[in-house]
Design a protein around this ligand. Structure first.
Ligand code: PHE
Length: 336
């Protein structure tokens, strides 16, 4: 085979003159085509040359290959770029154009409210604690002095976890009282916000809802202290002129026990529960409960409470149906 010389400069010129990507592709093929590409063939034929010539030829071909590959790539790039004029058009900004407003997401009103609660109680010196939502029967009921026969245990109310007989979805945040007492030495005060579960569904009940528990234990913490904290929380969270009433209530884990009702603020015909909505259960912690938490009831005493988050929000914003919180309708959510 002879040492054919090629005019690589001629190829470079043709590449530079190409008018379209298709032209460039055709040149690429002509040079590097797998079977008949000029360079491909030349490289293959090197094997037939005598060593001296082969060495010289290899240098020439490799240099040509590098140059041509670069030229092809370069040409492709410039053909794909918009011209200077097109570029200027593209970058032109119309500052008068009325663009749709950028939408920013925000927290759902429940977590937002819980942050507010943590803030208000934080200022009163309350720690924030959390407990498990899948709870043992022991913590959800027994240690809270809720006997086997108590209606709160009724299968109607409690979600029992399948295959785990002694496990429930917590029906209230009160088990966190016990967990907290077992881990802290009094005096202390804490709140615990979170989800709770009950087999209930109507305008004021949902199978999943939110509560925040409170617990304050000290040497001489009294019912008067409890009332002061309840009043501060209700007026700060709903408003100064909100109407509310304390009445006695029964919970096995407090003695005495109280409930607080708040007056529905909106159109009364919109309230499905009547004029008053129960928003909190509270009372002085039962001595047995203190004991179950590892605290000596002859030395310490205190109060506990459990607020319903959704109900507070219903009153604050005059929301007639609790289920609206979970429907995910943006027309509702955007208002808060
Ligand atoms: N755990 C009670 C409930 O869910 C509320 C409560 C908490 C009552 C603490 C008294 C003390 O109804």
């Amino acid at each position: 085979m002879s040492d054919v010389s090629h005019n690589w400069e001629e190829f470079l010129k043709r590449i530079a003159d190409a008018k379209s990507s298709a032209d460039v592709d055709a040149l690429d093929q002509e040079l590097f085509g797998r079977k008949a590409g000029v360079l491909t063939v030349a490289l293959k034929e090197m094997g037939t040359l005598d060593p001296e010539t082969r060495k010289r030829k290899a240098q020439e071909l490799n240099a040509a290959k590098a140059k041509l590959t670069m030229a092809l790539e370069e040409k492709h790039r410039t053909l794909n770029e918009p011209s200077g004029e097109a570029l200027r058009d593209k970058d032109r900004l119309d500052v008068t154009l009325d663009l749709p407003r950028q939408e920013h997401g925000h927290l759902h009103l429940i977590p937002e409210f819980i942050r507010e609660v943590e803030d208000i109680f934080g200022r009163m010196g309350f720690d924030v604690a959390y407990g498990p939502e899948v709870e043992t029967e022991e913590y959800n009921f027994n240690k809270l002095n809720i006997p086997e026969s108590h209606p709160a245990r009724d299968a109607q109310d409690t979600f029992w976890v399948k295959d785990a007989k002694k496990t429930v979805l917590r029906t209230h945040t009160s088990p966190v009282q016990i967990r907290y007492m077992q881990e802290h030495k009094p005096p202390f005060q804490m709140i615990c916000p979170g989800r709770v579960y009950r087999k209930d569904a109507d305008a004021t009940h949902s199978p999943m809802f939110h509560q925040w528990e409170g617990l304050m234990v000290g040497k001489d913490i009294s019912l008067a202290n409890m009332k002061a904290v309840m009043i501060a929380a209700i007026t700060e969270l709903i408003g100064k002129d909100v109407e509310f009433r304390f009445r006695t209530g029964y919970f096995p884990f407090v003695e005495p026990g109280l409930e607080v009702d708040v007056r529905w603020q909106g159109d009364e015909s919109q309230s499905r529960e009547g004029r008053w909505l129960e928003i909190v259960g509270c009372g002085m912690v039962h001595p047995k409960v203190l004991e179950n938490g590892g605290i000596d009831p002859t030395k310490w005493q205190g109060f506990a409470f459990g607020f319903g988050v959704e109900r507070m929000l219903m009153i604050r914003h005059r929301i007639p149906d609790l289920r609206m919180f979970y429907e995910g309708d943006v027309r509702f959510l955007r208002q808060f």
